[in-house]
Design a protein around this ligand. Structure first.
Ligand code: C2E
Ligand code: MG
Ligand code: MG
Length: 740
């Protein structure tokens, strides 16, 4: 605080003490400017004719006058005294005698009038009026200019008209005036209140800011002591101490509570300084203060912002953790349990996206209210962010007692909310962790409750779950996986396997799907289902996808060069890969690098992903097709695509998901679906291929229903490149020199 206030305070103090000093000095000024001139420095005098013997007394007066003076006749100096010679920096009067006044001046006067013309004008004027007083800029022998105040009068000397001029250097006075002006401008215009008292504390002067801050004008406080501002906030001892320091060091600085005229008590930052006169006694006290109420208020606002959620006014994560720590301390003392509940709304995103953010915000406020009404006042409810709320339930005998709280919360939230006539329906998933069993640190408890909440979500939502240690293990495994992925890419642990696709009627080889595998040195061969989702989340999918794409192009080129017909190779591309990288450019680069004809590649995109963002996907797929690469919709049947949207999309092949093939040909439901898909595929002129054909019966059924192509264990499992080549060679009866 001191560091903030001091530069301004310092400036004001300097100005105010300067003001007082100048006033004191001014009173003493006459004696300071009273040099007694030594007699021998009296200038030798010019033409004697102006002085008759009887004038010798006056001549002495003239010559020894402390104020510069001279006599002019016919526009020239005819006599000047020692003070004048000295003031102008000359040594003898004869040096300036006979000169015109303009010769001892700059060319032009400060008002812009040329010195010569102005001197002539003034001299003529005095001859008529008898007396003129004016300011004149003189120039010293060394060339420096200084401002003087001149009194020019007409006199008669020996029957002739002459001009008598007395003048004095006023440059110091001008400077002081300017300083005074400046000091008083600071005094009046500063935002800090200033109060000046006599040595007994009687108020002499206050500035405008004082009035603005306290509400008092000078008439109301003049002569009174600053005690008129006293609030009851400070003890007598405080003031005693303040005066002690002020008397001892001359300065006191600190925060003090005062009272405005309105009665309002307010904090101020005050500096009092004693101003001493020349003899060392305190002449005045100067108090400078700034109103701290605004700063205090914004400090409080900041405090609020830092600890409360502005939307719901509930404690935020920081305050929540704080409360949790306190609850743990109390619980340790009394041996009670503390439950941490994490509540996440199910379906909030849908409400928020479909009805708009203001609607979503209102819903969160209403949920906050309901949650608070459901628990006891002493329980803390916080909003951790988004649609996630957290509760501290303390004083529980058993951790299981939290179940009742969770059930009440779920029941309360299930009741539809009415928002401006709209009814919003959401449910809650709740995770519970109990202190001290599930952790002793706030962060551990929050994390564990979070893991339990995810379990509740995974169980189908609108449910609660207690934390179990295995959840941490799952989270740790995930972390290890993420680290492993990075290492796997760096160490080249990823392989691409190939699974053939055949013509159902003839069994002829048509192409293959490239499927990635991870050969983890610790875990062995890892299937893509175990790492693709994580790679998508973390962004690793971009580099992994590029790796697969290049590997396939490289393999295909090698096989083509060996004279094999590899047909069409399907490559799986994940959503984030299409969006987050410039996939089209990457694809073009891969084809160029390996000189692979584009019709050897087919890009597979899952149906779910396509439906998420049809416009963007259409743009990218169009670009892919334009390159000559074909496109396929993967796992078809799982993504609820509408027929209309399918027609719009640039798709060549439709891959029926394994889920609809597995139960063929016995399950009537799957039969119906398979038939529908095939009929649709035909009418939209898609190339249709069935995935996961494991039995002859499935193959037969699908062929009979008009499905042209198939892929599955029945024909061949995914194989590493060397096995795939052997499989292909056996089929195509190629020369045995083909490299793997
Ligand atoms: P998908 O594209 O639907 O691939 C077909 C999956 O079904 C493959 O599993 C394949 O091995 C398996 N499969 C094929 N025939 C049969 C069968 O007769 N019976 C059974 N039970 N399964 C069969 P995989 O290799 O585990 O791949 C799983 C998924 O991982 C793939 O599903 C694909 O979505 C994704 N994936 C694989 N490789 C990549 C890749 O390089 N990039 C991306 N982004 N995703 C990939
Ligand atoms: Mg696929
Ligand atoms: Mg598939």
């Amino acid at each position: 605080m001191l560091a903030n206030a001091s530069p301004t305070l310092l400036a004001i103090l300097v100005a105010v003490t300067g003001l007082l000093w100048l006033l004191l000095r001014r009173q003493r000024a006459p004696e300071a400017r009273n040099p007694s001139l030594p007699a021998e420095r009296t200038a030798s005098l010019p033409p004697e004719k102006y002085w008759s013997d009887g004038d010798s007394r006056f001549r002495t007066c003239f010559e020894s006058s402390p104020d510069p003076a001279w006599i002019l006749a016919d526009g020239k100096f005819v006599a000047c005294n020692a003070a004048a010679v000295k003031a102008l920096g000359y040594s003898v009067c004869s040096e300036i005698a006979d000169a015109h006044p303009s010769h001892l001046s700059p060319e032009v006067q400060p008002d812009g009038e040329p010195s010569h013309a102005k001197a002539e004008r003034l001299m003529r004027q005095v001859e008529e009026t008898g007396l003129e007083r004016f300011e004149w800029m003189h120039r010293k022998a060394d060339g420096t200019d200084f401002l003087t105040e001149v009194t020019l009068s007409r006199i008669m000397l020996d029957g002739r008209v002459a001009l008598y001029s007395v003048w004095r250097d006023i440059s110091e006075r001008k400077r002081v005036e300017k300083d005074l002006q400046l000091a008083s401008a600071v005094y009046e215009n500063t935002a800090d209140g200033i109060i000046i008292t006599d040595p007994n504390g009687g108020i002499i002067s206050i500035n405008k800011a004082f009035t603005e801050i306290t509400g008092y004008v000078l008439e109301e406080v003049r002569g009174k002591t600053p005690a008129v501002l006293k609030s009851e906030r400070q003890e007598e001892g405080f003031y005693r101490q303040m005066w002690g320091i002020l008397k001892g060091t001359g300065v006191w600085q600190g925060e003090i509570w005062n009272r405005r005229k309105s009665g309002e008590v307010f904090p101020e930052w005050l500096t009092i300084s004693a101003v001493r006169s020349a003899n060392g006694e305190v002449a005045n006290y100067v108090g400078v203060f700034s109103d701290l109420s605004a700063i205090k208020r914004s400090q409080e606002d900041l405090e609020r912002l830092a600890h409360f959620d502005p939307l719901t006014d509930l404690p935020n994560r920081i305050l929540f953790r704080d409360r949790l720590t306190h609850a743990f301390e109390r619980s340790r003392r009394y041996g009670h349990r503390v439950a941490v509940l994490l509540l996440d709304l199910d379906g909030f995103k849908i409400v928020n996206d479909s009805l708009g953010h203001p609607f979503g915000d209102r819903l969160l406020q209403l949920v906050a209210e309901r949650v608070q009404q459901t628990v006891r006042v002493e329980d803390t409810v916080a909003r951790l962010g988004g649609d996630e709320f957290a509760l501290v339930i303390s004083n529980l005998l058993h951790g299981e007692d939290a179940v009742e709280v969770a059930r009440n919360l779920m029941a309360a939230i299930q009741v539809p909310f009415d928002i401006g006539g709209h009814s919003a329906h959401v449910t809650a998933s709740i995770g519970i962790a109990v202190f001290p069993e599930d952790g002793e640190e706030p962060n551990t408890l929050i994390r564990n409750a979070d893991a339990a909440m995810y379990k509740a979500k995974a169980s189908g939502r609108n449910a609660y779950r207690f934390y179990q240690a295995e959840m941490t293990q799952a989270a740790q495994a995930r972390l290890a996986n993420e680290r492993g992925l990075r290492r796997g890419i760096d160490n080249g642990e990823f392989e691409v396997w190939y699974q053939p696709q055949v013509d159902l009627a003839s069994g002829r080889y048509l192409g293959a799907e490239a499927l990635v595998r991870w050969r983890d040195p610790e875990r062995g061969l890892v299937p893509p289902g175990d790492f693709i989702p994580l790679a998508e989340e973390t962004g690793f999918i971009i580099s992994l996808g590029e790796l697969v794409l290049n590997r396939v192009c490289q393999d295909a080129r090698r096989w083509l060069d060996a004279g094999m017909d590899v047909g069409r190779l399907g490559i799986n591309v994940a959503g984030p890969q299409l969006y987050r990288s410039d996939f089209v450019a990457t694809l073009r680069r891969a084809l160029d690098t390996h000189r692979l004809p584009p019709d050897h590649l087919e890009i597979e995109v899952t149906e779910t992903f396509m439906m998420e963002n049809p416009a963007e996907v259409r743009r990218i797929l169009n670009a892919i097709q334009a390159m000559g690469v074909t496109t396929a919709i993967d796992d078809f049947g799982t993504g609820y695509s509408s027929l209309a949207s399918l027609k719009e999309l640039p798709i060549d092949t439709l891959k029926i998901d394994r889920a609809f093939v597995t139960h063929l040909p016995d399950d009537p439901h799957d039969i119906a679906i398979a038939r529908a898909i095939l009929a649709m595929g035909r009418s939209l002129e898609f190339n249709v291929i069935a995935e996961g054909i494991e039995t002859a019966a499935q193959r037969e059924f699908l062929e009979a229903e008009g499905c042209a192509e198939g892929q599955g264990y029945f024909f061949a499992k995914p194989m590493p490149p060397e096995d795939f080549v052997r499989w292909l060679q056996a089929r195509q009866e190629l020369a045995s020199t083909v490299p793997a």
